[in-house]
Design a protein around this ligand. Structure first.
Ligand code: UDP
Ligand code: MG
Length: 154
């Protein structure tokens, strides 16, 4: 099993979409092992988007990510990193396929509703960045036998 980081961005919070998006992940079978609301600091965002700091849109991205608190989530499941990235869709909401979160909720490259870790390595780094160890609570719901076949649970 893997755990991945999802951020419900201000574009989700300010539209009132948080519940609908959390529901999609739960309906899929991902389990919430961590969830909290937080206001992102300059320092945290510069670290999180270090690969983008030199891009011309970076100041706008900072402003957008600080427009409201965000909800950060640790989601647990088999191949969770890849599954959540597939559910998230392409970066630009206008290019994201219908059925994906960005494809269904976004018309924008910047205001694209969710962040999702893009690799297992980055998921581990990002979970440490946004959560204290004691804020991630590992538990296994009773429905797992109906979510997965036996071999998938080994
Ligand atoms: N972003 C943007 N313009 C761009 C590329 C990215 O505003 O041309 C923003 C967008 O909100 C995106 C975030 O920067 O989600 C991180 O970019 P990345 O390339 O990592 O895309 P993601 O992994 O979120 O799909
Ligand atoms: Mg990314």
């Amino acid at each position: 099993m893997e755990t991945t980081l999802v951020i419900l961005k201000p574009s989700a919070i300010l539209h009132g979409y948080a519940g609908q998006i959390i529901n999609r992940f739960q309906q899929k079978g991902l389990v919430i092992h961590g969830i909290k609301m937080m206001q992102l600091s300059d320092e945290l965002l510069r670290e999180h988007y270090a690969h983008l700091v030199d891009r011309p849109f970076f100041p706008d991205l900072m402003k957008s990510m600080q427009a409201s608190p965000v909800i950060v989530m640790a989601l647990w499941g088999k191949d969770a990193v890849e599954v959540v990235r597939m559910m998230t869709g392409a970066t630009n909401g206008r290019k994201a396929l219908p059925g994906t979160i960005r494809g269904d909720f976004s018309m924008s490259g910047q205001e694209n509703i969710v962040h999702a870790s893009d690799s297992l390595e980055n998921a581990e780094i990002e979970l440490r960045r946004f959560f204290k160890p004691e804020e991630i609570l590992h538990y296994e719901p009773t429905f797992l036998n109906y979510t997965y076949e036996p071999a998938e649970l080994l």
